[in-house]
Write a protein that binds this ligand. Structure first.
Ligand code: EPU
Length: 425
């Protein structure tokens, strides 16, 4: 996070128009970067977004002894030959959730890892019991104690891992460790998100043998060695969705290029149900709603892929505060993902939150107000709210947004948004 304190200032009411290009996927990049440690040869990753989470991971890899060169927008080179470290400090790990992927990557690389408990967005309790259970199934001893997670194995052995719940992080961590284990691993009840498939493709391009990613059973034949690779990560599904929602929210007309439209089906269906016009092209999506007519209220239940993604629940719920009617949102993945709605009541939103359900009574117009970001996607939701509101919205703690959105203000400004940062101390 930046040292000077800044606020984001959004003047609402401008319809967004034109074209935007989506960046590389955050949740893929943060898995692929640690995965480079599974080889002893250099790897080049393209399309890595220039976001704070990536910069922290680069620092972690350098701490471990890897050589890393990053040219944003061009390539990230990781040369892991000197990486003989196996510990990740609290100072680094608490800055992002994905620091826990160093557990699987280091276990696979050197059979031991010690990583301080991860940070990341405060959107629920976020236990890691399933990750530890997976490592133990592969023959490691693993525990979390005193704020440190340790995992160690004499030898990692392929095994069957049955997840009690569908977990993206757990699936990724077990894939990482199992890619270098002796023998075959099956992950049952695996997550199916696009970044799981992308990580499998990345590992396979290093010589791993992974099948079934994108289904709920993944088979991994562990390899003694993996080689270096050159690989481009997929476009960011959540940035694509956020831009789609911004376009709809401002009654604009935006074509989002460089995305994968099929990853967006759950959101596209919801926007269509609300009354927006959504058109898929080969690698682009056009969202338009030039009409002054208010959107229809809809109900949303977040689910694992291909259901409606929890990461887009916050931005779309901001839009629903001005829909015509009452929307009911059920958040089934994280128990504290409605804090942006509390903030939005300052802007006039009519919202009741009961446990994991939010009931939103749509009003015709939001009004600009000072609001505070509480996590990454809450920040995105407040940007959506600010773009729609009458008057000026000041978003405090916008650093959260920098963790996961590459150059988002420039992209929005290019579409006609009035959005900028101001240093306040
Ligand atoms: N869970 C457990 N035990 C575990 C692991 C997870 O109980 O061992 C629970 C969690 O508490 C949660 C549910 O299972 O209730 C799902 O968690 P999951 O493991 O799938 O999520 P995650 O790995 O912590 C990743 C993304 C999130 C995204 C979720 C769901 C990264 C770094 N994070 O989190 O991204 O919301 O999957 O898709 O990939 C974001 O980008 O803003 C973000 C929060």
């Amino acid at each position: 996070m930046s040292k000077t304190k800044e606020i984001m200032i959004v003047t609402g009411g401008q319809p967004l128009e034109g074209e935007a290009r989506v960046s590389g996927g955050k949740n893929t990049a943060v898995a692929v970067i640690p995965a480079t440690l599974l080889s002893d040869e250099p790897s080049v990753i393209e399309n890595v977004p220039d976001i704070d989470d990536v910069h922290v991971l680069i620092d972690i890899l350098r701490d471990l002894g890897a050589k890393v060169e990053y040219e944003p927008g061009v390539r990230l080179l990781v040369d892991p030959r000197g990486a003989d470290g196996w510990q990740v400090s609290f100072r680094r790990a608490q800055k992002l959730r994905a620091s826990y992927y160093l557990l699987g990557a280091l276990l696979g690389r050197c059979n031991r890892a010690e990583v301080a408990s991860p940070g990341g967005c405060k959107i629920g309790t976020r236990p890691i019991d399933q990750h530890l259970k997976g490592f133990m199934a592969l023959g490691a001893e693993a525990e979390e104690r005193g704020g440190i997670i340790t995992a160690e194995a004499k030898e990692l052995r392929g095994s069957s891992v049955f997840f009690d719940i569908v977990t993206v992080g757990g699936t990724i961590n077990v894939m990482l460790a199992a890619a270098r284990a002796h023998g075959r691993t099956y992950i049952y009840n695996a997550a199916k998100e696009p970044h799981i498939v992308d990580l499998a493709n990345f590992l396979n391009s290093m010589g791993a043998r992974i099948k079934g990613a994108g289904t709920d059973v993944i088979r991994i034949d562990g390899q003694e060695r993996l080689h270096g690779t050159t690989y481009a990560v997929i476009p960011d599904q959540i940035e694509t969705g956020t831009l789609m929602i911004c376009a709809a929210a401002t009654h604009g007309d935006v074509t989002i290029r460089g995305c994968i439209p099929t990853h967006m089906d759950a959101l596209s269906a919801k926007l269509l149900e609300m009354g927006a016009h959504v058109q898929d092209q080969d690698d682009a999506i056009r969202v338009q709603h030039k009409s002054a007519l208010r959107y229809r209220a809809v109900n949303i239940k977040t689910q694992v892929y291909p259901g409606f993604p929890t990461d887009l629940q916050q931005p779309i719920s901001a839009l629903l505060t001005v829909a015509n009617g009452t929307s009911v949102i059920q958040e089934t993945i994280f128990e504290q993902r409605f804090r942006h709605l509390d903030e939005m009541t300052r802007m006039g939103a009519h919202v009741r939150v009961m446990d994991r359900t939010a009931i939103i009574d749509g009003i015709p117009q939001l009004f600009g107000a000072p609001v505070t970001t509480t996590d990454l996607r809450a920040g995105a939701a407040l940007m959506v709210a600010g773009l729609m509101a009458q008057g000026v919205t000041q978003i405090y703690e916008p650093e959260y947004i920098d963790r996961g959105y590459e150059h988002i203000e420039e992209k929005l400004r290019a579409l006609g948004a009035q959005i900028r940062r101001e240093v306040i101390e």
